[in-house]
Write a protein that binds this ligand. Sequence first.
Ligand code: FES
Length: 149
Amino acid sequence: MQYSAKVMDHFTNPRNVGEIEDASGVGTVGNAKCGDIMRVYLDIDDDGFIKDVKFKTFGCGAAVATSSMATELIKGKHINEALKLTNRSVMDALDGLPSIKVHCSVLAEEAVRAALWDYAEKKGISIDGLEKPADDIHDSHHEDLQEED
Ligand code: FES
């Protein structure tokens, strides 16, 4: 399996690892198939900008690298901007992933959306284009991206 230099960099030196106390939003998603779990913490200011973001990933190297890159891509952005994050944009920023590792990037996208969802629920607001995320991406609409072991 061939990983890009960027994937290796974000795997060996992940950015934004940790947790945020009293976070504005926390999202946890897992993939029952591989057993990996990702949790994203957001600190969002009154204007809807993501002041800080941290993550914890109990998962494979690609899951660590994609969550690291995902947090980098949304840090400082407005929530409407963060909502546009896709697993594709995370993969592109990492110069690609091997096809059997695509689902790891889906976990990163869904963890960010789950944290945004939690934020919206806590605030009692609805964010355009944001739907309730699945707890387990294996059962979600991303099924087509799953690879057989
Ligand atoms: Fe499941 Fe990477 S193998 S997230």
